[in-house]
Design a protein around this ligand. Structure first.
Ligand SMILES: [Fe+2]
Ligand SMILES: [Fe+2]
Length: 242
């Protein structure tokens, strides 16, 4: 199967069963933004494009992946409920815990590693950005998408309220841009924790924090993928958010 390097990384992540595993292994961002081409995403990650094209070309299962298939087939309302009740709830809960733990570590008596202070700062920053972002999704964009979907099911013609908006105000542009910013912050955080590897003899709380952050990344990526590559794409295809 010929792989087009100009196709978006998000589309490829949805189309190939094993692509997500490959992208995660090679640290290629497929989940946040999702609109960059395969070529650009490889370049950003510093991974040779031919290597990825060859790996994708060897994948036999050119079918929507299981995770993606589950969601691609569902209504936007069902996807949104899952995002809010499961993913947003999880992200809020865990981030609050990480902020609390890292603040305690940063303020511990004695000499504190500067990277711990920086980690705490980055986590507080991510939590603030993410809260503001999820609020906008939950209060503005998601209710609008549900309303549009319902109207379409009932045969009512509603106009796309965002059609005339310029890029900076357009929700898709704004939300996907925020996703990219948050992913960049997360990459910084990974570097600060040396890829979640606490040094030998580190404070057990720091070890637990690193472990928690590693688990969090998986859900965080799944979340970005579900929004950017599945929900928002669906909304664009239906003409609700083009
Ligand atoms: Fe979200
Ligand atoms: Fe989001």
């Amino acid at each position: 199967m010929e792989v087009n390097p100009n196709k978006s990384i998000g589309e490829i992540a949805v189309e190939y069963d094993d692509a997500i595993e490959l992208f995660e292994k090679r640290d290629i961002n497929y989940a946040f933004g999702g609109r960059q081409t395969l070529q650009d995403a490889c370049e950003q990650a510093g991974v040779p494009l031919p290597e990825i094209i060859s790996a994708l070309g060897n994948m036999k299962n050119f079918n929507p992946g299981e995770r993606a298939l589950d969601w691609s087939d569902r209504s936007m309302g069902v996807i949104i409920d899952h995002i809010v009740k499961r993913q947003h709830a999880y992200l809020r809960l865990r981030l609050a815990f990480f902020c609390k733990k890292s603040s305690e570590l940063a303020k511990a008596p004695g000499e504190v590693d500067p990277s711990v202070v920086q980690l705490n700062k980055t986590l507080l920053d991510i939590a603030e950005h993410l809260e503001e972002h999820m609020k906008e999704e939950e209060e503005v964009v998601f209710p609008y998408l549900k309303e549009m979907e319902l109207a379409t099911e009932q045969g009512i013609n509603r106009s796309n309220r965002y059609r005339e908006l310029a890029v900076p105000q357009h929700p898709i542009a704004k939300l996907t841009w925020k996703h990219e910013v948050m992913w960049d912050q997360w990459v910084t955080l990974r570097k600060l924790t040396n890829d979640y590897q606490a040094p030998a003899g580190a404070n057990p709380d720091f070890v637990a924090l690193c472990r928690g952050l590693k688990e969090f990344q998986e859900i965080f990526q799944e979340h970005g993928h579900l929004e950017d590559n599945i929900l928002f794409r669906k909304a664009v295809e239906k003409g609700f958010l083009d």
